[in-house]
Design a protein around this ligand. Structure first.
Ligand code: NAP
Ligand code: GLV
Length: 315
């Protein structure tokens, strides 16, 4: 089939993606639409494979039967009014990406729990001081989101012995050492115990701005906040205020309202904020290309497509 490809990446990365995709999905004709920033390219393409395209980038395509995202988060595609609602939209769900996210979350939780950020500061200052050491089994972690990413993170943290609660939209259970909850009352009951909070929600009208003053004031004083979801989840001014008043002790932030984070942003130099450049789980070219290949095969055979987004729900 004819496959349109657009990715907001630099030219080298885009060529590497095309190489990996062509190798994993042979026999198709690939139409490279560049970074999708200019006027929409007119083409007839049954499939569009996209990485975080600009709104309207797919508006010139006709005959679309599938839009396959190379990104896990698809809030921009969901919000793109030029994308016909009847065209199936699949997002990236890749076990190797879930593993990468779990590694980032484990590093952040261990660093917060075992005071490694404080020891790094002490080393810069030449200070020899032993801080209290607690067992993981006494530390409560709350994970917002129990989807592909949140589940991988929660299960691994529970396996290390942490007391893990995970919040999802619907359903509750106790599985693999994780207490899974849903609904606002359950969240409000969990927040005052959450010494470390990890956000792995998708951006939807319900979750935008969820990391706000209202939530921070419910946390125990000195809590750690780890945002691995999206910048749109965080009210940045509220976090700065919560850091100043001590409700939040330290924040680890991977995603921001504006990326790259502007040079004069206070997060860069805040002594209790750790900034990562949106690297919590990078998409792996080869494994992601095989996820795309599987959906192309399913499309050809008329089998159910995987990882479809429910557009009305927003994720
Ligand atoms: P997913 O599988 O769609 O999981 C989303 C989870 O959020 C589900 O458990 C869902 O509940 C829950 N949820 C959605 N709306 C909610 C609401 N209003 N209240 C409570 N829970 C709600 O998504 P995923 O693959 O885990 O990815 C999650 C997000 O991670 C992505 O959307 C993206 O923003 C972010 N991400 C970041 C990076 C990075 O490098 N920083 C990389 C990849 C992804 P149900 O289980 O009840 O449906
Ligand atoms: C990265 O943030 C993604 O959504 O894949």
């Amino acid at each position: 089939v004819d496959i349109a490809f657009t990715a907001r990446l630099d030219a080298d990365e885009r060529s590497a993606w095309l190489r990996a995709l062509k190798a994993a999905c042979p026999g198709h004709r690939w139409i490279d639409m560049g970074d999708g920033e200019g006027p929409p390219v007119k083409a007839n393409a049954e499939v569009a494979v996209v990485a975080n395209p600009a709104p309207g980038a797919l508006a010139g395509l006709t005959g679309l039967r599938l839009v396959q995202s190379l990104w896990a988060g698809v809030e921009r595609l969901v919000a793109d009014s030029t994308l016909p609602p009847e065209v199936p939209l699949a997002r990236m769900v890749d076990p190797s990406m879930n593993d990468a996210m779990a590694e980032t979350a484990l590093w952040a939780v261990l660093s917060l729990h075992r005071s490694y950020f404080d020891y790094a500061q002490q080393q810069r200052e030449g200070v020899w001081r032993q801080l209290p050491q607690r067992r993981a089994a006494t530390v409560r972690v709350l994970v917002l989101g129990f989807g592909a990413m949140g589940r991988a993170v929660s299960v691994r943290l529970a396996a290390l012995g942490y007391r893990v609660t995970a919040w999802r939209r619907e359903g509750s259970a106790h599985a693999a050492g994780v207490d899974v909850i849903s609904g606002q009352p359950a969240l409000h009951a969990a927040l005052p115990k959450a010494e470390i909070l990890i956000n792995l929600l998708p951006v939807t009208p319900q979750t935008r701005g969820v990391l706000s003053r209202e939530l921070f004031t419910c946390l125990p004083r000195g809590a750690g906040v780890v945002n691995l979801g999206r910048g749109a989840h965080l009210v940045e001014a509220d976090l700065l205020a919560a850091l100043a008043d001590g409700h939040v002790g330290r924040a680890v932030l991977d995603v921001f309202a504006e990326e790259p984070l502007p040079a004069d942003h206070p997060f860069w130099r805040h002594p209790r904020v750790t900034v990562l450049p949106h690297v919590a789980a990078l998409t792996d070219l080869d494994t992601a290309a095989s996820v795309v290949a599987d959906n192309l095969r399913r499309l050809a055979l008329g089998e159910p497509l995987r990882h479809l987004v429910k557009r009305a729900r927003g994720y």
